[in-house]
Each structure stands twice: as C-alpha cells, then as structure tokens.
Ligand binder design. Structure first.
Ligand code: FAD
Length: 288
C-alpha cells in the first residue's frame, strides 16, 4: 500500500521506525526485535538506511520481510550522498523487485565515520527525489526539521529548500524528532504559508536513554525544552524511571498531536518492541 493513502485516511495512523543491524553477526537478534514490532500491526514501518553503506542492503530485505511475513507496509529509507547514480538505480531496481512501494528519500548525514565514503553524484535530497520520480512507481517521502536543520543558514532558507524538495516529487514529509509540540505547530504554519501542502508525519522519540538523546540532539539540531530537561536531569541515573518517564512524555505529546489534527504519528521505536507496544497500548482507544 502507498503511505500517502494510509496517512490521508480518516483513521489516525501510528507507525514505527526500525533500523537494520550494522554488522551481520547481530542480524538475527535485530531481525527478531523488528518482527516483534511488526506483530503489533502498526499503520506502517520505516526501515532506516546507513549513509555509511556497508550493510545497507538489509534495508531491502527487512522491508520485504515486514511486508511479506507480517502484512505491514514498509517505508524503505534511501540516502544519496554515499552513492553514485548507478548505485541508486541498482537500489531502486532491488526495491521494486522486492515489491516495495514507498521510499523516504534522504541526503544522509556527513559524519567523521562516513566522510571518506561520500560520493559526489548527489548534493541534496531533492536530486534523489528527482531520480526516484523519473524512475517511476514509488510513493516518495522526504524529511523536514521543525527545530531547523543544523546546516541551514536560516529557517526561511531551509523552508525554501524544502519547497524545492517537495516540488521535485515528495508526497509527504516526516519530521525530525521534536519535544515541544508548539514548535511543530509554528513550523507547519510557516511551511503552509510557503505553499507546502503535503501531509506531515510527526516523528516522536520516546527517550529512554539520556546520554543517547544528548548525542542525537547535538547531531540533528533538536532542542530540549526545560520541562523535558528536568525529566532527564532527575531520572537519567535510574534507567527504569527514565524509561517510564520517556514513554509517558512521548504519549502525552502524541495525544496532543492527534487532538490538534495531526493525523499521522511516527514513533522512533529504536528496535525496542516493549516501548512500541507500551505506546500503542497507551493510545489504543484514540487510534481505534
Ligand atoms: P536535504 O533535504 O538535502 O537538506 C540538507 C540541508 O541542505 C538542509 O539544511 C537544507 O536546507 C539544505 N539544502 C537543501 N537543498 C539545498 C540547495 N539546493 N541549496 C542549498 N542548501 C540546500 N540519515 C541516514 O543516514 N539514514 C536514514 O535512514 C535517515 N533517516 C531519517 C529519517 C528522518 C525522518 C529524518 C528527519 C532524518 C533521517 N536521516 C537519516 C538523517 C538525514 O540524512 C540528515 O538529517 C541529513 O543531514 C539531511 O538529510 P535531508 O534528506 O533532510 O537533506
């Protein structure tokens, strides 16, 4: 099924993101966790793609597994800075052969670990969107950043670039994690003003590990509001309490989003079935 048809339906959607293993020796454990998340029958599942290459072929095989064995629609991520045009064409053929209909088209982060693997056929995600669109047959999504992308010169410039990416062929946008819903509501107001009309899928991260979130926020530019910082300060040294508080905070954010008309919520479930299950259970009546 095409993601756009899922998120445009009246029923609120709840989807989960998972990531493939970095090495083959952890494949079975991670596949097991991903399958446990698929058993929850979310609206769809996205499978990330390593911009460092290496094991990125797992994105295709895990997406196919979710679809064929659990009947859950997959959204395969695809990054471009680490690829030549021929590499991307080969990935698109593999995705099509696997019967995958949805791609989240991304540039990929440039980090210390992958900077030597950067190829120069693509500079921005919009160029990848162009190529996927020309290839044909996929429902294409893109990423957007309510707290701003760390490299953007200004939010105005970032939104202009986003408009180009959408005009190239994105049918929906998934947000980077954010911890203050008002940031998202303001952002949506601004992108609508800029003429971006596609549906927004709100990305929510249930924070269960404080040190990990500090690293991710530094990389992604996401701001931590004081109310959330207080939770981290108070519970980061108590993993069980941090996990409970993180799930409660995410649940509260999600309920507020649905109540304010955001119909599609994507949870960064970090391959943790118990977290995905708990969130789904917390809002079971709301998403019925
Ligand atoms: P782009 O849309 O290309 O934007 C990147 C920056 O370039 C922005 O600052 C933008 O304003 C600017 N820009 C765009 N076009 C132009 C232009 N024409 N001229 C000047 N500036 C321009 N990374 C992975 O490696 N694997 C994943 O699976 C993955 N999944 C993700 C899922 C989501 C929902 C999100 C939000 C991010 C994900 N990322 C993933 C991270 C992503 O690759 C990084 O955030 C990356 O830095 C930007 O990717 P993008 O597709 O948004 O890039």
């Amino acid at each position: 099924m095409r993601i756009i048809d899922i998120i445009k339906a009246d029923k609120p959607s709840l989807s989960f993101e998972v990531f493939p293993p970095k090495t083959s020796d952890t494949f079975d454990t991670i596949k097991g966790a991903i399958e446990d998340i698929a058993r929850l029958q979310p609206s769809f599942m996205s499978v990330t793609y390593g911009a460092g290459g290496g094991t990125s072929e797992f994105t295709v095989s895990l997406s196919k597994d979710i679809k064929d064995n659990f009947g859950v629609t997959p959204l395969a991520h695809l990054t471009c800075i680490n690829s030549t045009k021929d590499d991307i064409r080969a990935r698109l053929v593999a995705l099509k052969d696997a019967g995958i209909e949805n791609i989240l088209a991304l540039r990929g982060d440039i980090t210390e670990q992958n900077k030597d693997k950067i190829k120069f056929d693509y500079k921005y995600a919009s160029e990848l969107v162009d190529d996927i669109k020309s290839f044909g047959g996929f429902c294409i999504g893109g990423a957007c950043y309510p707290d701003g992308h760390p490299e953007a010169l200004s939010q105005i410039e970032d939104i202009k670039n986003l408009k180009n990416k959408v005009d190239a062929g994105c049918e929906f946008l998934t947000t980077q994690m954010f911890f203050d819903n008002n940031v998202l509501y303001n952002y949506i107001y601004k992108i609508r003003e800029a003429g971006i009309t596609v549906p927004i899928v709100a990305g929510i991260m249930p924070v269960t590990n404080a040190s990990q979130i500090k690293r991710s926020c530094a990389l992604s530019g996401t701001q931590l509001p004081p109310r959330f910082k207080a939770i981290i300060d108070r519970y980061s040294s108590n993993p069980e309490a941090m996990c409970q508080a993180g799930i409660a905070y995410a649940t509260e954010q999600i309920i507020d989003l649905y109540a304010n008309g955001i119909n599609a919520v994507h949870v960064y479930s970090m391959n943790k079935p118990h977290i995905a299950a708990k969130i789904q259970q917390n809002i079971s009546e709301i998403i019925k």
